[in-house]
Design a protein around this ligand. Structure first.
Ligand code: SAM
Length: 204
């Protein structure tokens, strides 16, 4: 029976996470260094994290995979929503941030690396046992061929699962049909800077 999170779960926990986990200063410094890679000036809000958690599904023998974990606000919300730390894999390309994630998220599988290399980053025995993939990497800013690399990497470790992708775009951040995907906006919140949507993309 797949798990679907009660959105009320994690409210306190996420709130308790506080600035030490969100580390907005580290986030902002990375944005100054590489705005295209970060895609946002500040970490996602608690409201957005709750919506992501509410859309995350996983089964008892599965893991949850988060791409572009940043300073860990979504990861923290997933833990508060019930994903066991040992079942949560988070991928982050910036070494400082990966170090921060290891410090603030004990027990979580923090993978420092490029999500385009997912098949070699995620331990092989988890391939095909991924309940949800949550992508926070700003794919909208990339050319089609680069987007396809991320989508292909996700499909290689999580065939037929699709992925959740949060974005500040008013319309679909990905040209779904060109990637042979079906995209649907499943949540929107004005309580984020900037206001954000959560899209679900699935194989067409
Ligand atoms: C919009 S931020 C989201 C951060 C965090 N999940 C949040 O919601 O606050 C995008 C994150 O993706 C990371 N990132 C960008 N390209 C990446 C890649 N190729 N592989 C892994 N992480 C990447 C950035 O370093 C950044 O931390």
């Amino acid at each position: 029976m797949p798990h679907a999170f009660d959105q009320s779960l994690g409210r306190t926990e996420v709130g308790d996470a506080g600035a030490a986990i969100a580390n907005p200063w580290m986030f902002f410094r990375r944005w100054v260094a590489n705005p295209l890679q970060m895609g946002s000036v500040v970490p996602s809000s608690q409201a957005l994290c709750r919506r992501i958690v509410g859309l995350t599904r996983w089964d008892l023998d599965q893991c949850v995979l988060e791409l572009g974990a940043g300073t860990g606000v979504v990861s923290r919300a997933l833990l508060a929503g019930g994903v066991p730390a040992e079942r949560l894999f988070v991928v982050e390309i910036v070494p400082d941030m990966a170090r921060h994630l290891r410090r603030v998220l004990p027990g979580v599988n923090v993978i420092e690396g490029d999500a385009r290399e997912l098949p070699s980053l995620l331990p092989a025995h988890w391939h095909g046992r991924v309940g949800s993939v949550i992508c926070g990497i700003p794919l909208v800013l990339l050319p089609l061929a680069e987007q396809a690399r991320f989508i292909g990497a996700i499909a290689a470790v999580a065939p037929n699962v699709g992925f959740l992708h949060y974005s500040y775009c008013a319309t679909s951040p990905l040209p779904a049909r060109k990637h042979s995907l079906i995209g649907r906006r499943e949540a929107w919140t004005p309580m984020n800077f900037p206001p954000a949507s959560v899209w679900r993309y699935a194989p067409a």
